[in-house]
Design a protein around this ligand. Structure first.
Ligand SMILES: [Zn+2]
Length: 236
């Protein structure tokens, strides 16, 4: 893919439609989720390009209610692929339980609580570990990640054994999650840094995206002679 196209799709990754049967199964797994508000994309957003993550659930940048799930090349019928979707949708449930998942662009309660929990754990772990390991431990012990991984694990085990049709015919009760049940256990004052960062994201992200978007035609023009040359070479 050309650099200009790559840049464009890292700002606006391509939408992915899940198969009707997969949507049906996911609606059985998460009966309280509104799937009309959840959008799936192929590829990670530009600021996650070099992160280790293969999936992430983020608020819509330009709306008040959308929840975007970005997946890095996942096969929706495979155990791993569908397990990843189930994991990310568990975060969707957490979004819903924190002020309905509503907000302005990136400013959603989920992000504030998620970042706050991460910073608390990071600070604790930095006493004994270097930053990379402390950050990894903070992620592994994160109270919003642990139940998501637990649910993913439970789902994958059953899906592996029963397959898609078996799960649709008789979904094990342990695979159904109608609530995430997350509770914030610290002082509300600790939410201040997470709130400031989330508001900054909400304000800065659209500006950076506009600037990146302006680069797309610039790159396209620079690529033009090269593209014409390679086209002529292929035709000859
Ligand atoms: Zn997660």
């Amino acid at each position: 893919m050309r650099r200009s196209a790559r840049l464009f799709y890292s700002i606006f990754p391509k939408r992915v439609t899940l198969e009707p049967k997969i949507i049906q199964l996911l609606s059985d797994v998460y009966p309280t989720l509104d799937f009309k508000r959840i959008y799936f994309f192929n590829g990670m957003p530009w600021f996650m390009k070099h992160a280790f993550a293969v999936g992430i659930t983020l608020p819509g940048t330009y709306n008040l209610s959308g929840i975007n799930i970005y997946l890095d090349g996942c096969n929706q019928r495979s155990t791993e692929g569908l397990g990843l979707i189930v994991h990310e949708l568990f975060h969707g449930l957490q979004y819903k339980e924190l002020h309905g998942g509503y907000g302005i662009g990136f400013m959603r309660s989920f992000l504030v609580f998620y970042l706050t929990e991460y910073f608390i754990l990071l600070k604790q772990n930095l006493k004994d570990h270097r930053f990379f390991n402390a950050s990894k431990f903070a992620y592994d012990c994160h109270p919003m990640e642990m139940p998501a991984y637990q649910h993913e694990f439970e789902f994958k085990q059953r899906y592996e054994a029963l397959g898609l049709e078996g799960m649709l015919a008789n979904l094990p009760k342990t695979c159904v999650a109608d609530q995430a049940g997350y509770q914030f256990q610290h002082s509300r004052l600790m939410l201040v840094p997470g709130t400031v960062i989330t508001i900054s994201f909400m304000l800065i992200k659209p500006i950076i995206e506009l600037l990146l978007l302006l680069f797309v035609p610039v790159l396209w023009v620079f690529e033009l002679p090269f593209n014409l040359f390679s086209k002529a070479k292929n035709e000859s």
